[in-house]
Design a protein around this ligand. Sequence first.
Ligand code: 13P
Length: 233
Amino acid sequence: MPNRTLLIAGNWKMNNNVAEAAKLADELAQALPEVPAGVEVLVCPPTIDITTVHDRIQAAPIALGAQNVYWEAKGAFTGESSCDMLKSAGCTYCIIGHSERRDYFHETDESLEVREAGTYVEHVVNQVKAGLAGLEITCPKQVVVAYEPIWAIGTGKTATAEDAQEVCGAIRETLKEMFGEELANGIRVLYGGSAKPGNIAELVAKPDVDGALVGGASLKAADFASMVVKAGE
Ligand code: 13P
């Protein structure tokens, strides 16, 4: 059984001005002076808050990520940030292609009908193939895949752990086809969609669910810290 470090990642989405972000970051640093063995913690604030959050969490075992990035290195791309800029601000992760970006910002490929049509596994497999096509990876830590059924995002309706495993397992098989067994076995596959303290343990107990991408519950330090602790138990 591959031994993957679980990742509990908070996606703050478009929440928290700079003062609010500083407060939440301070609370998180205080709540998580250490994290359980086998668990990694990440927060992804809005771009405007990144530097502030970086300053507040740098002594804590909490990694920092962005929510979006543009692929060009620099230039006339108003409103965008490059990988180098995010890295220079302390980010080591970035969410790419979140369903909200696809839905509201035309990053394409999203469908509400697929679950009802019963083709969701095939749909997700095709998304993974398209999303990661041409990617060259040498180390499994370079990629994390998050499976978020759109009907579960922000709705309070969490997929059952069995549903999450079904799709995360299919994602793993796809990663094996694309990158080979060894790399695929080291890539984290997360579940997202109303993940919270009450359901994180059963989700991460599944063999192919390697953590969670957490929206709403990541905005409360106590809830998020509790998820980290429960994931590690
Ligand atoms: P919620 O946890 O609020 O459902 O959001 C999930 C999500 O979209 C995380 O990226």
